[in-house]
Design a protein around this ligand. Structure first.
Ligand code: TXA
Ligand code: MG
Length: 318
């Protein structure tokens, strides 16, 4: 059930987490499905509710910087530099874990994923509960990520204890996952924080490419973000001929969607930040229409546009 985020309901949600239950909550990126990261049983429930394979590790969310050293064994000064600069924010850091983090959270890896979300409801919930909340995106495994409370409710509502209302997520794509444990820093998942912003602190950073880099976490290959409908990527949806039963996911007003049964425009003024914020809502909406397939316009892979295209590529895979 969806609950308003009153002080009272956030307290109640924190109590649910402390008792081992599951609460979906808003972050600036997407809604997360939270459980106590220090409680293996709660963590097991997260995997079960999402039908997520246990080899795909979770992100632990914190609200206070002191927790970083309590949960992780940091020896690399760059981690502190990045955390200070970008937290709270859309950056997930891969760091060596301490024993207090159950191995189920990290799928047996010696490293953990950790971030501090930039959202007052999330921060309050984390502080009032265990201080360490494991939270994947609050969607069934492989499906579109949720950027509104109703996306969560429709997908997982019957399998979790509470959904906290937080409106639409401001960033709209998941956090950037950055791994500093290899020789050269590498972005494992493009996301809300751009490569350029990270490079301003670290210098050159690689981006994981599944054809040239071997994955460190099995889950990296398993993310799909897929709508139920077939999605084709095209340079110009206006030039596609078959349209009677098709939907169009269009980047900006420069392209017209005449003739399509359903049209979603990501950003009339071609602003990639706005496109990211609208992406999953637009895909959810198209997925619910009476259409056979979706034609998605390719968007420039600059800045956060790279994360948007990453999700569109994955949505096109079946
Ligand atoms: O924005 C976000 O990151 C959202 C919100 C809720 O915070 N969360 C999210 O979680 O997207 P999830 O579970 O959908 O994605 C977590 C990603 C996966 O790609 C997983 O493989 C990676 O983080 N990951 C987790 N632990 C890792 C580790 N130890 N090493 C490498 N990758 C890891
Ligand atoms: Mg996810």
């Amino acid at each position: 059930m969806i609950y308003s985020s009153s002080d009272e309901n956030i307290k109640k949600a924190a109590e649910v987490i402390l008792q081992g239950g599951l609460v979906a909550f808003p972050t600036e990126t997407v809604y997360g499905l939270g459980g106590n990261a220090l409680d293996s049983q709660a963590v097991a429930r997260i995997f079960e509710a999402k039908k997520r394979p246990s080899f795909d590790p979770l992100i632990t969310h914190i609200a206070d910087l002191e927790k970083l050293d309590e949960l992780a064994d940091i020896k690399d000064q760059r981690i502190y530099d990045l955390a200070e600069k970008f937290w709270p924010g859309a950056l997930t850091l891969i760091v060596p874990k301490r024993d207090i983090i159950p191995s189920l959270v990290t799928s047996g890896l010696e490293t953990m994923a950790i971030r501090m979300p930039d959202h007052p409801i999330a921060l309050e919930l984390i502080r009032l509960s265990s201080g360490a909340v494991a939270a994947p995106s609050a969607n069934s495994f492989g499906y579109l990520s949720p950027t509104e409370a109703k996306h969560v409710e429709e997908d997982l509502g019957s399998r979790i204890d509470m959904v906290l209302e937080g409106g639409s997520c401001r960033v709209g794509v998941e956090s950037t996952v950055l791994d500093l444990s290899r020789e050269a820093p590498i972005i494992l998942r493009p996301g809300g924080l751009t490569r350029k912003e990270i490079e301003a602190v670290l210098g050159p950073v690689d981006v994981f490419n599944r054809t040239t880099t071997s994955p460190t976490a099995p889950g990296q290959l398993e993310m799909h973000y897929s709508p139920r409908k077939i999605l084709h990527i095209v340079d110009d949806p206006a030039l596609v001929r078959v349209r009677q039963n098709a939907g169009a996911l269009i980047y900006s007003d420069a392209v017209k969607g005449n003739g399509y049964a359903a049209v979603e425009v990501l950003s009339p003024s071609a602003d990639p930040v706005e496109a990211a914020a609208r992406l999953f809502s637009a895909l959810h909406s198209l997925d619910q229409q009476d259409i056979d397939c979706i034609y998605a316009e390719r968007i420039p892979e600059e800045g956060i546009g790279r994360a948007v295209m990453d999700r569109i590529y994955k949505a096109s895979e079946k």
